[in-house]
Design a protein around this ligand. Sequence first.
Ligand code: SAH
Length: 350
Amino acid sequence: MIKKEITELLKLRDVDQGQLFKDADFVREKYVGREVYLRALIEYSNICRKDCYYCGIRSSNKCQSIRYTLNEEEVLEVAVVAQKQKINSLVIQSGERCSNEFVDDIERLLKVIAQKFNNQFRVTLSCGEQSKDVYKRWYDAGGVRYLLRFETSNQSLYKKIHPSDSKHDFRTRLQCLNDLKELGFQVGSGFMMGLPTQNYDDIASDLLFLKELDVDMVGMGPYLPHNKTPLFASEEWDLNEKINVSLNAIATLRIMMKDINIAATTALRAAAIDGRSKGIRAGANVVMPNFTPKKYREEYYLYENKPLVYTDEQMTLMEEECVSGQYILKYGEWGDSKHSKHSKQNRIFL
Ligand code: SAH
C-alpha cells in the first residue's frame, strides 16, 4: 500500500469504516485466527530519567511526588496472581533508568521468574533505551520480547514533543530498535495518534515505518493529555477523531502486516469505555490487563483517565468484550507473534 491509500483508509467513517473493519477481520481470521492473547502488565517503576513533554511520569513532574520501584517479592506475587489466572505472559514496563542497580535488578528478576516458575512465563520488557550490552544481558536472562515505541516517525514532530538534548534523540531510539533486532528479540514498537500538529499523512508514514521495521508486535493508541505536562496546553485534536483514527490504524495495519500481534491498548480503553472491544473488532489480537499491585496503580499515571480497575473486574470485562465479538480470550499460552518466526533482522537507516 502506498502512503496516499493509507491516508484515505485512516479517514474513513461510517459505512466505509465498517467495511474496513470487515476487511481487516477477514485477514485476521485467516492469518492469526480469532484468539486474543493476554499479557499481565507490571508497571515496575515510575522513576524516569527522561522528560518527555507528554508523559505524566516525566522526571520534571514534581506533582508526581511518589516515585516507587517494586521489589522482587512484589513482582513474584504478581506472577503468582497471573499464574492463577492462567496468563503465561508478563510485561515488565518501567520508566527509563540506566543505573547499574536497575540493570542488575531487571536481570535478576528475569532469572528468578524463569527459575521459580519453570520457564512457564514468556516475559516482555518495556524499559526504554539501553545499551546493546544491557539488552544482551536481559535477553540472555530470558527477556526475549521488547517493546519500544518510536512515538512518531516525523522527526520534526519528535523534536517538538521531547526536550532537545542527547537523552531524547530519535536516532538513539532507532539505534535501540536495530540493536534489539540484531540480538534476536521479538521486537514491538508503535506510536501515538492525535499529537498536536500531527496529521493523517504523518500517521500513514508511521504505519509504513512499522512495516519497514518489520516489527513483530505493535502498541499504538491515542495521545491523551496530562494536565501536569508541557504538551497539555497544545491539545488540539478532537477525542472522537483520535479514537477513530486509532481504530482505522489498527485495521489498516492488520491488512498491511497480516500476522503480527497488535494490542488493543490501555490508552484506547481510556479514551472510550468500549475502546478495547472496538480495537479487537478492528483487528487487534492482544490485551494487556494491568497487574500492578493496587497500592502503586495510581502512581503510574502516564495520562489522565487511565483506568484503575482491579484485576478480577478487568478480567471479567475482557471476557465479555471478547465473547460478545466472538473472539476467544486465550489462556495458558505465550502467544508469540506468528510473524516472529520469519521476521527479518533488517536494519533501518534514516
Ligand atoms: N520507558 C518505557 C515505557 C514508556 S511508557 C519506554 O520508553 O519505552 C509506554 C508508552 O506510553 C510510551 O511509549 C508512550 O507511547 C505512551 N504514553 C506516554 N504518555 C502518553 C500519553 N500522554 N498519552 C498516550 N500515551 C502515552
